[in-house]
Design a protein around this ligand. Structure first.
Ligand SMILES: *Cc1c(COP(=O)(O)O)cnc(C)c1O
Length: 418
């Protein structure tokens, strides 16, 4: 990563960029929503398409000069259709949250009803949190996980839907380590004559590679972020049936956006192209295998996992049984000291505050991109356990920091690191 020209004209920003390159290289990104995109995706996202105004859609733009923008957007759309099997794709949402907003704008009126998972149980802000636009403009009720099993209770969701009579049921989650049975949520939505939005932000890549069941063709709308497991750089995407194309297109523009971020759409096109390659299926399978290895390693060290394990790319640890006096924030901070970056997270039946909750979430997408395998994940699990067992012991932390640095050195993220 050479930010030579930035360094010449703006040393302050260059210093921060250099610092970030080093931080990523010298730490383990275990935030479950993060990944490392390829240099090709970085190049595309840093391309001259940032200069271009392409309001409209391929072939139907408001301004001239969009011939290459059309090519790029059409490539992104066609590749997404192939990856997820969707009839209709919109690659213009600036992020996953905007993708959700686009669906709401397309089919809901202000005051309509949303049924979604509670944020502290693994939902997302854009599913109707009271501080979010969705919570402010729609009437929201939320379902919860079964506290005993840590899993979705599909019968309860269906009963809730029959009682609340929502206009849309939202599925898809930020901290749920298990497979989602889309058909069961679809049944709940149908029981209330509601639409079903499946938000696969986290698991886009796993779904594309067949590592998780695909909601496309089951739910009415499928949304996602493009920078998580699919590894195509920052952005959002909406997929649906052809019948909703006009409503969604006009919800995005003029409904909520002006010009699309064409440079990001170029990143999506390149990243989706990479994901169509067989290597990507291996990557996704390894991501899941690594999460299982991490889960087993932590369980061997006495940690309690919400739902007892994982089917996807993340684990959610409930600290209360094994470390009743340790909070998620303590863990997050102690691990950051040794170069392991993950986040404190609420757990089902949370008894502490969301700012200092009782659990932590750890994901494997970024480490798997670097080349980590199951044996490495066992090492990482021991590193985490050693620090959580002794969060204030500087000797333990120094030893772990050395192991972490060794792993970072063994798996460079980018070849031409400055
Ligand atoms: C990450 C996430 C989103 C979107 O987040 P953005 O940062 O706006 O891309 C939406 N839904 C869920 C469930 C998520 O985890």
């Amino acid at each position: 990563m050479d930010y030579e020209r930035v360094r010449e004209t703006d040393p302050d920003v260059a210093a921060a960029l250099d610092g970030e390159v080093t931080r990523q290289q010298d730490s383990l990104a275990m935030i479950a929503s993060e990944n490392h995109v390829s240099e090709a995706v970085l190049e595309a996202q840093g391309s001259v398409l940032t200069n271009n105004y392409a309001e409209g859609y391929p072939g139907k733009r408001y301004y001239g000069g969009c011939e290459y923008a059309d090519d790029v957007e059409q490539l992104a759309i066609d590749r997404a259709k192939e990856l997820w099997g969707a009839e209709y794709v919109n690659v213009q949402p600036h992020s996953g949250s905007q993708a959700n907003m686009g669906v709401y704008l397309a089919v809901l009126e202000p005051g309509d009803k949303i049924l979604s998972l509670d944020l502290t149980h693994g939902g997302h802000l854009s599913h109707g949190h009271h501080m979010n636009f969705a919570g402010q403009h729609y009437e929201v009720e939320q379902y919860e996980l079964d506290e005993e099993s840590g899993r979705l209770d599909y019968d309860a969701i269906r009963e809730h839907a029959e009682e609340f009579d929502p206009d849309i049921v939202v599925s898809g989650y930020s901290a749920y380590p298990r497979e989602v049975e889309w058909e069961r949520i679809q049944e709940a939505a149908e029981a209330a004559d509601a639409y079903h939005l499946a938000d696969i932000a986290h698991i886009t890549g796993l779904v594309a590679a067949g590592e998780h069941p695909n909601p496309v063709g089951v739910a009415d709308f499928v949304t996602g972020s493009t920078h998580k497991t699919i590894r195509a750089g920052r952005g959002g995407i909406i997929m649906s049936r052809e019948e909703f194309a006009d409503d969604i297109n006009s919800a995005i523009i003029p409904g909520m956006q002006g010009g699309p971020l064409m440079h990001n759409i170029a990143g999506k096109a390149v990243g989706f192209g990479e994901a169509l390659d067989d290597d990507f299926d291996e990557y996704a399978a390894q991501t899941v295998a690594n999460a299982k290895a991490l889960a087993e390693g932590l369980q061997e060290r006495g940690f309690d996992l919400v739902s007892g394990g994982t089917d996807n790319h993340l684990v959610l640890v409930d600290l209360r049984p094994s470390h009743p006096d340790t909070t998620g924030k303590t863990v997050e901070e102690a691990l950051e000291d040794v170069g392991i970056v993950l986040n404190a997270n609420t757990v089902p039946g949370e008894t502490r505050s969301p700012f200092n909750p009782s659990g932590f979430r750890a994901g494997t997408p970024a480490l798997t991109t670097r080349g980590f395998d199951e044996a490495d994940m066992a090492t990482v699990a021991d590193c985490i356990a050693d620090v959580v067992d002794h969060p204030d012991d500087e000797d333990v932390k120094a030893e772990v920091a050395e192991i972490v640095q060794g792993l970072c050195d063994a798996y460079p993220i980018y070849e031409d690191l400055a």
